[in-house]
Design a protein around this ligand. Structure first.
Ligand code: NAP
Ligand code: MG
Length: 496
């Protein structure tokens, strides 16, 4: 729990400063066109700031600054020990500015400030620290060619990385791209989602304060169709790292094919199954974590455990416990540390989620929630919602809702559970609950998912790769494996 009270957060929010310009070549600058877009607090409906809306000409400037910094070698050829020091300082600066960054996240996209200050911001600092520490501990290779030849196989930074990220964990998603890309020596142009530009802008400023040279990390707030597309189609961007929806991820593959064949790495949607077997020995823990797995961050989590597959003999008992969990997870003021769930990101997304819920009321059995609500008469909030008896062909069980909506599906045996779990276009994460070690390994091995959590949900750490199978994307964020996306192998063959 954050050490600040509701009153403390409100008074900090009253004086917070929003960086509302683009950050290009080490300076805050307005969009060339003078255009702006409104960044709105979804918990109150208030406009927080009018933010620079970058277009093609701004992307041009940002990519040119990134390219100049890369070719100059100030960062790309800096000693690993130096890059390590700078990124360690950045990790510390993120911690020093914890309250400000947590507030920016909460005000910008509606999440609980308590979660932002205990999960999002510390998570970002930990990841910068982890990659910083890795920088001077990675060795390259010598190929086994034998006498007369010395063949070095080295990893080099790629050059200019474009990063396009979503609004659900704005600082963390920016970090997952920037930390390994910077550690490897690249320069970056980062486009945050239009719903949540502030923490990325502050991150870039703090990175400069930590000693990152100008032009190495540029941030271009703007709309996906303009700023995002311009980055995706740019002829001088070497690699585009994307997190967001599957539909937009597919666009980036096209942009690449129609421009310079830049590498594209996609982390996209999910409809992650959580399988609870009758031999699970702690149904209360399974219920707690199943609720957490779908209600945390208002269900706006790519790896949310949105399909609960339960063995029929224990289904009613588990659903009863989940209904109790839902009742005690009602939305509240995101700045109140006692609140259990925050606001949805915006009115449009809330309407989408409500459309799924309304149509679900006709095809499945609503057992909890199901209504849109306000808090103190304002904002966009959705109750934690549970549907029982969902047919696994139903839209409730197939489409990514990206809200606090759980679909419960019964199964009779292990084979059926695996079949239902894998019958999805997605394959990001999966969870399973069992007391049998053999079943745990057997089922984990057969699930199509980048991460399988056993007797917990949605487990992740800086040390473990995160990413999807199938239309959940490819390439992995986090862990040393993420460095592969931001480096190329160079062979140097020396004859002697
Ligand atoms: P989104 O609409 O796909 O947007 C993601 C990013 O792409 C935003 O910066 C967006 O900019 C930009 N964009 C949108 N349209 C574009 C276009 N035509 N060309 C270029 N860029 C474009 O996704 P979202 O609604 O922000 O986030 C929710 C989605 O992200 C969900 O599907 C979720 O599963 C996924 N997600 C995946 C992961 C993962 O690691 N796999 C993690 C978190 C979220 P604007 O917002 O400014 O339009
Ligand atoms: Mg969007």
């Amino acid at each position: 729990m954050s050490e600040l009270s509701h009153k403390d957060w409100i008074s900090k929010a009253a004086v917070i400063r929003f960086r509302d310009k683009a950050f290009i070549d080490g300076k805050f600058v307005p969009a060339r066109s003078g255009r702006t877009f409104a960044s709105i607090n979804p918990a109150t409906g208030e406009t927080l700031a009018e933010v620079a809306s970058c277009g093609e000409e701004d992307i041009e400037l940002a990519v040119a600054a990134a390219r100049r910094s890369f070719e100059s070698g100030v960062w790309s050829r800096a000693k690993p020990a130096h890059r390590k020091e700078v990124l360690l300082r950045l990790a510390q600066l993120l911690r020093d500015n914890l309250h400000e960054l947590a507030l920016l996240e909460s005000l910008d996209m509606g999440k609980l400030v308590n979660d932002a200050s205990t999960v999002d911001v510390p998570g970002s600092a930990a990841i910068f620290q982890w990659y910083a520490e890795a920088i001077d501990k990675i060795y390259d290779e010598v190929a086994p060619t034998g006498e007369g030849d010395l063949v070095l196989v080295r990893r080099e930074p790629l050059g200019v990385i474009g990063a396009v990220v979503p609004w659900n964990f704005p600082l963390d998603m920016a970090t997952w791209k920037c930390a390994p890309a910077l550690a490897a020596g690249n320069s970056i142009v980062l486009k945050p989602a239009e719903q949540s530009p502030f923490s990325a802008l502050r991150l870039a400023e703090l990175a400069m304060e930590a000693g990152l040279p100008a032009g190495v990390l540029n941030v271009v707030p703007g709309l996906g169709e303009t700023a995002g597309q311009a980055l995706g189609r740019h002829m001088d961007v070497d690699c585009l790292a994307f997190t967001g929806s599957t539909a937009v991820g597919k666009l980036f593959l096209q942009y690449s094919g129609q421009s310079n064949m830049k590498q594209v790495w996609l982390e996209t949607g999910g409809k992650s199954p959580n399988l609870v077997f009758a031999d699970c020995n702690n149904l209360d823990a399974a219920a707690d974590m199943a609720a957490f797995g779908i209600f945390f961050n208002q269900g706006e989590v790519c790896s949310a455990n949105s399909r609960l597959l339960v063995q029929r003999s224990i289904k009613d008992a588990l659903v009863e416990k989940l209904v109790e969990r839902a009742a005690s997870t009602q939305p509240g003021d995101p700045l109140d540390p006692g609140s259990k769930m925050g606001a949805m990101v915006d009115a449009g997304h809330t309407a989408n989620v409500m459309r799924f819920i309304e149509s679900g009321k006709k095809t499945a059995r609503l057992v909890a929630g199901g209504e849109q609500v306000t808090v103190n008469g304002r904002g966009s909030f959705v109750q934690p919602t549970i549907f029982d008896d969902v047919a696994h062909q139903d839209s409730l069980a197939r489409d990514e809702i990206f809200g606090p909506v759980l679909s419960v599906i019964a199964f009779d045996d292990e084979d059926e559970a695996i079949r239902i779990a894998n019958d999805s276009p997605y394959g990001l994460a999966a969870s399973l609950w069992t007391d049998s070690l053999s079943r745990a390994h057997r089922v984990a091995g057969r699930l199509h998912a980048g991460t399988v959590s056993v007797n917990t949900v949605d487990a992740l750490s800086p040390m473990t790769p995160f990413g999807g199978f199938k239309q959940s994307g490819f390439g992995r964020d986090l862990s040393l494996h993420a460095l592969n996306k931001y480096t190329a192998l160079k062979t140097t063959w020396i004859k002697y």
